[in-house]
Design a protein. Structure first.
Length: 182
């Protein structure tokens, strides 16, 4: 698991608890801040805006920390917002395939190809409908991240089980050979 993908199981509720980091990028700093402010008050630290949100499912409680760099930040701070991100949201003023491609290439370069990514377009003011849409996109993103983690966990468990079975078989063969020698 990545450092930002903390997983704990609460003994009281029996639910898994996760912490995910989501990077939010786009060409319009004021629009990015407006989108982030739909969750909680935005904290600004050295050119990086930070906000958090919670999400719950039947078996998981998730806290997501959003990080969004201002365009004036240093490259090192920009890379900090991408480091270990579990997902990315691209915020655009309108549909712009060329600009979206630029951001997707940057995401691919910094995080790889398996990172869940969503595009939010805000062509006018953030009304109640658009705020609800942004929260719905967030919920979908959390569900995708959780499903991806579950799939990875099951694959690791299967591999671990197969390795254990191979080890048992190897031990059994070794024991059988020793008995035959005696």
């Amino acid at each position: 698991m990545m450092p930002t993908d903390k997983k704990k199981t609460s003994k009281k509720s029996g639910k898994s608890k996760y912490l995910f980091k989501i990077t939010v990028v786009g060409p319009d700093d004021s629009l990015l801040e407006d989108v982030l402010s739909t969750f909680d008050p935005v904290v600004k630290v050295d050119g990086i805006r930070i906000v958090s949100a919670d999400h719950s499912t039947d078996d998981s409680d998730v806290r997501a920390v959003f990080m969004s760099p201002k365009h004036a930040v240093l490259d090192i701070l920009l890379s900090l917002t991408f480091k270990s991100a579990s997902a990315v949201i691209i915020v655009l003023r309108g549909s712009d395939p060329e600009l979206e491609t630029i951001y997707r290439n940057e995401i691919r370069e910094n995080l790889g190809t398996k990172i869940p990514t969503r595009v939010v377009t805000v062509e006018s003011a953030l009304d109640k409908f658009k705020r609800t849409e942004i929260h719905h996109i967030f919920d979908e993103l959390m569900e995708e991240i959780l499903a991806q983690r579950e799939k990875e966990h099951k694959a690791k468990e299967k591999k671990k089980k197969e390795k254990g079975e191979k080890q048992k078989e190897k031990t059994k063969k070794t024991t059988t050979k020793k008995k035959k020698k005696n």
